[in-house]
Design a protein around this ligand. Structure first.
Ligand SMILES: Nc1ncnc2c1ncn2[C@@H]1O[C@H](COP(=O)(O)OP(=O)(O)OP(=O)(O)O)[C@@H](O)[C@H]1O
Length: 277
């Protein structure tokens, strides 16, 4: 069974098709690098897969659970969104104890896991300070631990190393590798392509709501090479710019304009709360 399966998954906001008939099949224990220009539909996809917004049409299961069944889904998933929900008036330890309680994790277990992550992420000395005194990186570390404290089957991460110093970023990336080795599926959305290149088993590139390329990073680079003069230095960035530069799905893909990777409309993403989730 695949950990993440979607079939014609679609989300519309009025006239905007944020996600357009997406078909995914992500095997257990995979690190899936989810790429795409601003406004491509990555966040919307992850919000559907974590049951925060309802698909307009199509279907999806995560860890075998239909994403419309939020109650059944929550124990199987962890989500680190771009702007993590934390209570400023709590300390990191209080915040995580509270989150662990909601997930039904026994307190001694929660404490043990927390202390382990605090050590690894260099947060131990600050774990009893209020979050409103935290730097962006300290908040990010707290939210990362919150997303995985209950050892979910599938972990959705949106820019997990955002605001982190190099050592903490490395720890997070090592943690991702370790989780995948032990069978956790990690769905990783980031604009930092070298991270995806190094850690993802499979990469999917979304553009205007559609999946325009998918495969192991090495395959994508090799495939991209085939149409070019011999060039051993193709990077994932080159592939990304190629497949998102025009609308490849329409077959109209000869473009020189490397800088533009999304339509201006698609780039002006708004992330307001939604009534139908
Ligand atoms: N709540 C909403 N209401 C209306 N439109 C929305 C909403 N959320 C997203 N959209 C639109 O859906 C499209 C996809 O947005 P989404 O946030 O999923 O993109 P993204 O790939 O995560 O972008 P980024 O890389 O900038 O975070 C955009 O056109 C955006 O404006």
């Amino acid at each position: 069974m695949d950990s993440v399966e979607t079939s014609h998954l679609t989300k519309r906001y009025g006239d905007t098709v944020a996600v357009d008939s997406l078909d995914l099949a992500v095997p257990e224990g995979t690190v899936y690098g989810f790429l795409g220009p601003n406004g491509a539909g990555k966040t919307t996809t992850m919000r559907m897969l974590t049951s925060l917004v309802r698909p307009t049409s199509g279907s999806a299961t995560v860890a075998g659970v239909n994403v419309t069944d939020r109650e059944a889904l929550v124990s199987h998933i962890g989500y680190l969104p771009e702007e993590p929900p934390l209570y400023d008036e709590l300390t990191a330890r209080e915040q995580l104890t509270y989150a662990a309680g909601l997930r039904g994790i026994p307190e001694p277990t929660a404490r043990e896991r927390m202390d382990d992550y605090f050590e690894r992420l260099d947060l131990a000395d600050d774990a009893d300070l209020r979050i409103d005194a935290y730097s962006k990186g300290m908040r990010q570390k707290t939210a990362f631990v919150q997303a995985l404290l209950h050892e979910p089957d599938v972990l959705f991460l949106d820019e997990p190393t955002s605001g982190l110093d190099p050592r903490a970023a490395r720890t997070i990336r090592d943690t991702i590798d370790g989780l995948a080795d032990s069978g956790t599926t990690v769905f990783l959305s980031t604009h930092i392509l070298p991270v995806v290149d190094e850690h993802a088993d499979v990469v999917g590139v979304l553009s205007e709501g559609r999946l325009v390329a998918e495969g192991p990073p090495a395959d994508l680079k090799r495939r991209a090479d085939a149409g070019e003069e011999a060039d051993d230095d193709r990077s994932l960035e080159d592939v990304f710019l190629d497949v998102t530069s025009e609308d490849p799905a329409s077959g109209d893909s000869d473009s020189e304009d490397e800088g533009e990777t999304a339509t201006p409309e698609a780039a002006s993403a708004g992330h307001g709360p939604e009534a139908d989730g």
